[in-house]
Design a protein around this ligand. Structure first.
Ligand SMILES: NC(=O)c1ccc[n+]([C@@H]2O[C@H](COP(=O)([O-])OP(=O)(O)OC[C@H]3O[C@@H](n4cnc5c(N)ncnc54)[C@H](OP(=O)(O)O)[C@@H]3O)[C@@H](O)[C@H]2O)c1
Length: 338
């Protein structure tokens, strides 16, 4: 089978590296083109990237050369899908341009997330919103599909299976790792031996995105805290349900959630509950198969119709690059690109 040619734009950042790692042996996609900022053009990937992931860089990507951002060259080299790991300000210009040139763009940036005809896709939670690409003009034209802010992704994964019980109110406090701020991110002077109870724009994103993803309108309140951890965001969540539901029913709903396990990047059980009182922890961020794609829940509590729990999401994998790759797989499968 010929693989689908893809580009990774922003391939050297925290999210871009995860794209390069996950796509190195992907069964459907092969990286034909990669870009970073102008200073890195014509350099070999391994010689210029500051590799952050807690395992070795795949050998097949070490000598890949970073190209300038040229949509025309990407076209001439047969690229169909573009994975974007650009900062939002850069994505705001690049992504509409790529869409208008007929590319299928899967983005991590927030630039286009709130456009009415642009889905914030999480295949397990809202696969039906993929059809919005037809409102953007597909198949005659290109499109942009986004994934959510990383905290929202974890939250949506844990809440989607509970939607059937009626969601009245969500309150979340996050404990977010430093990789969530990109590389080089925060100064070590600010975050070493410290926690910072403010992440600009983050709380507003969660409050807005969870409603769009799950097509519902509960009260949502968030506090976001940066903590001195490399990977993985923890979230302590309280949900007020319309029904009085047993903890067994909540665990059962998480256990049965996961209807898209036939996609290569989707785990058999995308939400895993662990009753061990010290779980989940950011140390588990790269657990699971595929690595980093499982959302772990634990610490379940019930107070009448209020349910409390803690979750862990890998912010750079399921919450970013892995989520985008899964979205592209869902598109390829539904629209038969192969
Ligand atoms: N980190 C996360 O956990 C996370 C989670 C979900 C979503 N996101 C979103 O994903 C995107 C990438 O995040 P990140 O954490 O990977 O950021 P990052 O580490 O700062 O990486 C940004 C990437 O974009 C490139 N870039 C920067 N300015 C550019 C320009 N003017 N022209 C071309 N390329 C440029 C960088 O290249 P150089 O290396 O050459 O500078 C780098 O490859 C952001 O929109 C972010 O909000 C991040």
């Amino acid at each position: 089978m010929n693989k689908i040619k893809v580009a990774v734009i922003g391939a050297t950042g925290a999210v871009g590296q995860v794209f390069m790692w996950m796509l190195a042996n992907h069964p459907w996609f092969e990286v034909e083109y990669l870009t970073a900022s102008a200073a890195r053009v014509n350099q070999a990937y391994a010689s210029t990237v500051h590799w952050l992931l807690p395992f070795e860089m795949p050998h097949s990507i070490r000598d890949r050369v970073i190209s300038e951002f040229s949509a025309e060259t990407m076209k001439s080299r047969g690229v169909q899908i573009v994975f974007s790991a650009l900062p939002a300000s850069v994505a705001a210009e690049a992504e509409p341009l790529l869409r208008d040139m007929g590319f299928y763009v899967f983005s991590n940036a927030s630039a286009m997330r709130y456009f009415k005809n642009v889905p914030i896709l999480i295949p397990e939670a809202n696969i039906e919103t993929l059809e919005l690409i037809e409102d953007q003009g597909y198949p005659e034209k290109g499109f942009v599909v986004t994934n959510a802010n990383c905290v929202t992704t974890g939250l949506a994964m844990a809440i989607a299976p509970l939607k059937k019980f009626g969601i009245k109110e969500i309150s979340v406090c996050s404990y977010q790792s430093v990789s969530g701020a990109g590389y080089p991110g925060l100064s070590s002077f600010d975050i070493t031996d410290n926690c910072i109870p403010y992440i600009g724009g983050e709380e507003e994103k969660i409050e807005k995105e969870i409603k769009k993803i799950l097509s519902m309108d509960p009260i949502v309140d968030a506090y976001c805290v940066r903590v001195p951890v490399m990977f993985g965001h923890l979230e302590a969540v309280w949900v007020t349900l319309e029904q009085d539901v047993s903890t067994e029913s909540i665990i059962d709903a998480w256990d049965k959630f996961g209807s898209v396990s036939h996609l290569p990047s989707t785990p058999g059980h995308p939400v895993l509950y662990d009753s061990e009182p010290t779980s989940p922890q950011p140390k588990q961020a790269f657990w699971g198969t595929p690595k980093g794609m499982v959302v772990y829940t634990g610490r379940l509590k019930k107070r009448g119709n209020r349910i409390g729990f803690v979750l862990l999401v890998n912010n750079v994998v399921k919450g970013a690059a892995g989520g985008s790759i899964q979205n592209a797989e869902a598109f390829v499968e539904k629209y038969g690109l192969i």
